[in-house]
Design a protein around this ligand. Structure first.
Ligand SMILES: [Zn+2]
Length: 232
């Protein structure tokens, strides 16, 4: 039904909706409508908002591109809210060294595979180790302050989320959070810890988040604009 729109669009009809709403998020257009809303009227409604939609879409695409993680030697690599410069070269064996503002990768000469495939692999292993070293103790610290008791805390790689909290009380954080500043990391950790008490995104949940992280609205917004960090 949306094939002839000048942008990709996801339609979410819902029995609980009475009005139309459109949102541009992570460079994607989502339109929400009541069930069985007449398609022609929905299209006309979107047409009236086309300038607004395209403007936001372009701005978000530009932002995604600006934050894209790149692997050419000399690229900027965001780490803990700073910008490191990534360098790599072929060497006797594979290793990663972080010195001041430089992240120096050595890739083993013995492999015949394309270095641009091997650089992200080596970086993932390194980021996972960094996340275990610095995020796990931070979760323990914040959990103690907030009097929350996660059953287990894990570090994994997700492509669409920064963290998650299971109904069994297991918190999992994305190692890609190591790209983010400590303030953003704290927000995600606090968010997941609050889910131990409120397993939803109700107003009670956000009130609890606000208690421990008063600036959560701005941090959440900032994190949203860094969606490209999830994409490698
Ligand atoms: Zn949540």
């Amino acid at each position: 039904m949306f094939d002839d729109l000048p942008y990709p669009c996801r339609h979410q009809p819902s029995p609980r909706r009475r009005t139309l709403a459109v949102e541009v998020r992570d460079a994607e257009v989502v339109v929400r409508s009541p069930l069985r809303y007449p398609p022609q009227r929905l299209k006309a409604w979107l047409k009236d908002r086309e300038d607004w939609i395209l403007h936001h879409l372009q701005a978000q695409q530009a932002r995604l591109e600006a934050h894209q993680i790149r692997f050419q030697s000399g690229s900027a690599f965001p780490f803990m809210g700073q910008e490191l410069t990534l360098f790599w070269q072929l060497a006797e064996k594979t290793s990663v060294q972080w010195q001041a503002q430089a992240l120096q990768l050595s890739l083993s000469r013995r492999s015949k595979r394309d270095p641009l495939e091997r650089v992200p692999e080596a970086l993932k292993t390194w980021m996972q180790a960094q996340a275990e070293q610095s995020l796990l103790p931070r979760v323990a610290q914040l959990a103690q302050q907030m009097r929350m008791h996660p059953r287990q805390v894990l570090i994994k790689g997700f492509r669409r989320r920064w963290g998650q909290c299971s109904s069994q009380g297991v918190i999992t954080l994305n190692w890609r959070l190591m790209h983010a500043s400590p303030a953003l990391q704290d927000y995600v950790i606090i968010h997941e810890l609050c889910h131990l008490r409120e397993m939803n995104h109700s107003s009670a949940f956000w009130a609890l988040v606000a208690q421990h992280c008063p600036d959560y609205r701005n941090l959440r917004q900032a994190l949203r604009s860094r969606g490209a960090w999830l994409d490698w």
